[in-house]
Design a protein around this ligand. Structure first.
Ligand code: 48H
Length: 263
């Protein structure tokens, strides 16, 4: 076969911009490709929701690759192992309700599930702001302001672009980037006890695992919090390399949003 380099370039640009153009109006835009965002993406796409996942880094997977302290094994519990099992991940029953999985297998399997279900993934793309609108007297987030990660990293003064969506999913983990920007720039109140970001508490894995799904909710009109961001926004504890709550959080958010969208 003869290979023409410019044709390779044409194929890439054509397909990429077709995908990008189709994602300018989404049902759900997920910010962050960690375990919670990937699970949510998979489950939303499976329900027929038009969803894209935006990830700043070259690789998706967030904090899942390294298990604990770069020792790439992770732990899930009895009530969440079905998510990894459904993704085809091998689990080892360690007794007393603990299961272990290879962190790399778990990350790549969730990513494959999300892609194969129909999620459009944009890596190397950073969310730098939100779009807000007043809808019937209520301020609502209905889009994301995005830029190329290399532009962000180089500190170049290049204006961003915007994608619209019915719901944003804040899945940026400990950093809570979407919520911090929303609150700082717009002075709005979140649906939390203080009306602001409550912050993250120290390690208490059992409590943290219970509260992660509980705190997974619409925290501001149009914005769902998911994964570690759910706990970090609600003043809850951290859990270390126990990943069950992340998976259940993604599953819960996807189910609630798909249902709200009538899917
Ligand atoms: C685009 C962005 C932006 C941005 C950040 O941290 P994550 O793995 O998120 P979760 O919540 O799915 O999983 C948390 C888990 O990995 C973890 O840290 C745990 C369990 N910690 C417990 C403990 O005690 O420490 O992934 C978030 C992703 C990352 O890949 C970021 O690069 C990405 O979000 N991201 N992407 N635009 N503005 N900000």
């Amino acid at each position: 076969m003869r290979i023409e380099e410019t044709h390779v370039s044409r194929l890439i640009t054509r397909r990429y911009f077709e995908k990008f153009d189709d994602c300018l109006e989404l049902d759900v835009a997920i910010v962050g490709g960690g375990p919670s965002g990937l699970t949510a993406a998979w489950k939303l796409a499976e329900r027929g929701v038009k969803v894209a996942l935006l990830e700043r880094k070259l690789s998706i997977g967030g904090g899942m690759w390294g298990g604990g302290m770069c020792w790439n094994v992770l732990v899930v519990q009895e009530d969440s192992r079905h998510v990894l099992a459904e993704a085809g991940v091998s689990l080892t029953d360690e007794g007393e309700g603990y299961f272990t999985a290879d962190a790399v297998e778990a990350t790549t399997s969730l990513a494959a599930k999300a892609c194969q279900a129909g999620t459009r993934i944009f890596n190397c793309l950073s969310v730098e702001d939100v779009r807000v609108r007043d809808v019937e007297g209520e301020t609502r987030v209905d889009g994301l302001v995005i830029n190329s990660s290399p532009v962000e990293m180089a500190g170049l003064h290049v204006d961003p672009l915007v994608i619209g969506c019915r719901y944003v999913m804040e899945a940026t983990g400990h950093a809570l980037e979407v919520l911090h920007t929303l609150v700082r720039k717009n002075g709005v109140r979140l649906d939390t006890p203080s009306g602001g970001i409550e912050g993250e508490k120290s390690m208490w894995a059992e409590r943290a695992e219970a509260t992660t799904p509980e705190n997974t909710r619409e925290i501001f009109p149009g914005v769902w919090v998911c994964g570690m961001a759910a706990n970090a926004s609600h003043g809850a504890y951290r859990m270390g390399p126990v990943f069950g709550g992340m998976l259940l959080s993604g599953e819960k958010a996807a189910d609630a949003i798909a249902t709200a969208l009538g899917k």
